[in-house]
Design a protein. Sequence first.
Length: 216
Amino acid sequence: MSYHELLVSQSNVFSGSQIPFETADYIILGVPFDVTSTYRTGARFGPNAIRQASLNIETYSFRTGIDTEELKLHDLGDLHISTDTKKTLEKLELVIKDLLEAGKTPVIIGGEHTITLGIMKGLGTKASTTAIVSFDAHLDLRNEFLGLKLSHTTFMRRINEEAKPAKIIEVGTRAVCKEELNYAKKAGIEFFTAQQIRKEGSEKIAKQAKRKIGKI
C-alpha cells in the first residue's frame, strides 16, 4: 500500500467530480492543520471550505482561458494530521514524495503556513532547483517564537535551512522584526513590502519577481 492510500482519507471532492488517480495529472491534497496558530485558529477548516465553495463556482476562467472540467484532477482527500507538528510534516513529506514518484503534480490546500516545510522536504533533491514565492504580510524568518522552533512564524527559516530551495521571494511584507531582517540579508532572501507594491504597482513588482526567478 502506498503512503497516499495509508495516510490520507477522502471527505468531499473539489468541484464535485474527478477522474481516477491513475489517469490524473493533478492531485489535490488537503492538510487541515493549524496547531501552531497564535492569533486566531481556523485554518484547519480551509480544505473543506474551499471544496464547498468550488461546488458553486463556474468552471471556466476568462483570466486564464482554462476550464477546470478539462483538467485531469483527482481529489485525494485530507492528510491524517496529528497534534504533533513534526509528525504531521513527516507524513506530508512521505505523501508528497509518493505523488511525485507516481508522476503527479500535487496541489496542496492548507492549513497553516508550517505545512510548506513538509511539502518542500517532500521534493527531495528537486528542492534545490525550486523557487518559493510567498504572499504574506510577514517574513516568518524567526528562529524561535513562544518557545517553538517549528511553527507558522519560523517555517520559512526552517525551509531555508533544511530544504535549501534555490530562491525565496516574499511578497506583501508588512510587519517584521530586526532578527528577521538580519537573517534575510544574510541568507539572501528577497522581499517586496506592501508599501513598495502600493507605490510601484503590482504589475511592476510581478515583473521584478519573475526576473529574479528566471535567473535560477
